[in-house]
Design a binder for this molecule. Structure first.
Ligand code: ADP
Ligand code: MG
Length: 449
């Protein structure tokens, strides 16, 4: 049924769209007209809900389902390469007494559910802006409780603090499957405490936070002004510290700048190592985008990634968002990735840049229009199928850029008279051939954004 659904979808959307969105989708389960599909990330999940739900339901209907149902789940990163023809086996029964599971050492390194599977060391791009924090996190992961305790990581929002903390958590659970890792935001620590007080469950609360081998507390700046939570955290900290358990804290500022933080907590935060993460520089931003594109198996040309990295400088979350925006824009408009398309997709959010069309942009766009490899169009082949697109590419380059005839010739490995000939050929045909006129118009619009 899945193959049939895909065939139906493929008939109804463009190839670019199909490859961008449907190629990475995995079937998780199917049951009498109800499909469960695995998608790559929450962005894709949203996207599918908004844009493809109806299409998929139509597909099911066309295959005879009376009440089609489609739902989407985010695949864990490690699983996305797997095809799952059958629904995955049911999870093992949860022991009714949660504490009994602490003692039995799990046979598989199951990541604790509160760690994001994407946030691992392998996916963390190291640059001059974060190499100290990265090295410290790795050192702590390798000898928890011994290297630096606590490790305090600070930096602005969206720069990778949470990612690094989770990475240490994953590393530990993989290496030492019996170890307990607890990741908690300061907010949920506070809420847990409030609930524990209300429900008279302080013993459980303390057991939970004091029996771990690694405690990760995110955004500790939110402790400011919360006296009762500070008090409780102080005791948690001491209990763990004294039994040589590792503590990692993150914050948007260094301890001394957290207002209304008790002195005894502040000084404890300074016992170990304090390290910061700065905004990534251009090269690191490009590297992050590249890794992201590869991770999502989206083929975006280097120069387009470079344009995005130039435009979005503040933080990595925005950088990733910008890339997904470009992907969405190109796929919706059914155009190949180009710098012009990227600039257009980002123009609402960022100051528009004057886009200079480059020769390779033109080549790529023309080649894509004819479903040819760019190198074929640029090459020496004499077949009509490639000669006409080649002439059109030369014509458009002359029209949209300021390159001279010899420069264009050099780009194609030919001399300037060949280029001149190509251009006059296209110009001649423009008046006679309505379809050619349309194609050129369309290509021009695509290229000049
Ligand atoms: P913070 O906790 O500092 O606000 P996050 O850890 O949530 O930031 O990171 C924001 C996003 O940027 C996440 O998707 C994360 O995976 C990504 N990210 C941050 N730093 C890096 C890096 N060095 N390499 C790859 N991705 C990164
Ligand atoms: Mg964070």
């Amino acid at each position: 049924i899945w193959t049939d659904v895909l065939a139906y979808v493929r008939k109804n959307i463009s190839e670019v769209e199909y490859h961008t969105w449907f190629a990475p989708v995995r079937l998780i389960g199917v049951e009498q007209g109800a499909l469960v599909l695995g998608v790559r990330n929450s962005f894709a999940q949203e996207w599918f809900r908004k844009h493809y739900l109806e299409l998929l339901e139509d597909a099911l209907r066309s295959l005879g389902a009376e009440q089609p149902q489609v739902s989407f789940q985010v695949l864990p990163a490690a699983q996305d390469a797997l095809m799952l023809p059958d629904p995955p086996p049911a999870p093992p029964p949860v022991p009714s007494n949660p504490r009994s599971s602490q003692r039995s050492v799990p046979s598989l390194p199951v990541p604790p559910p509160n760690l994001n599977p994407k946030y691992i060391f392998e996916n963390f791009v190291v640059g001059p802006n974060n190499n100290l924090a990265h090295a410290a996190a790795l050192a702590v992961a390798e000898s928890p409780g011994k290297a630096y305790n606590p490790l305090f990581i600070y930096g602005d929002v969206g720069l990778g603090k949470t990612h690094l903390m989770h990475a240490v958590g994953h590393y530990m659970t993989e290496r030492y499957p019996g170890k307990r890792v607890e990741y908690v935001s300061t907010e949920s620590f506070t809420n847990d405490l409030i609930n524990a007080i209300r429900d008279d469950k302080m013993t459980q609360f303390r057991n939970r936070y004091r029996s771990v081998d690694l405690l990760l507390v995110d955004d500790i700046q939110f402790l400011a002004g919360k006296e009762r939570t500070q008090e409780e955290f102080f005791h948690t900290f001491n209990a763990l510290y004294e039994s040589h358990k590792q503590i990692i804290l993150s914050s948007d500022r260094p301890p001394r700048e957290i207002q209304t933080l008790e002195g005894r907590l502040r000084s404890r935060f300074e016992w170990g190592l304090i390290t910061d993460i700065q905004s990534p520089e251009y090269e690191t931003r490009v590297a992050i985008l590249k890794m992201n594109a590869e991770h999502n198996r989206i083929n975006i040309p280097q120069d387009v990634l470079e344009l995005i990295a130039r435009q979005v400088t503040a933080n990595i979350r925005e950088l990733e968002g910008a890339m997904m925006r470009v992907v969405a824009f190109a796929s919706l408009n059914n155009v190949p990735f180009s710098r012009a398309v990227a600039a257009k997709a980002l123009s609402h959010v960022f100051t528009p840049v004057e886009i200079k069309v480059e020769m390779k942009d033109v080549l790529r766009t023309v080649a894509a229009r004819y479903n040819l490899a760019a190198e074929l169009v640029r090459g020496a082949g004499r077949m009509r199928e490639v000669v006409v697109p080649r002439q059109i590419a030369m014509y458009l380059i002359r029209d949209l850029t300021s390159h001279s005839l010899p420069e264009i010739g050099a780009f194609f490995g030919r001399d300037h008279s060949t280029v001149m000939h190509a251009i006059s050929k296209v110009t001649d045909n423009l008046g006679k051939d309505a379809e050619l006129t349309l194609v050129i118009d369309h290509l021009k619009r695509q290229l000049s954004g």
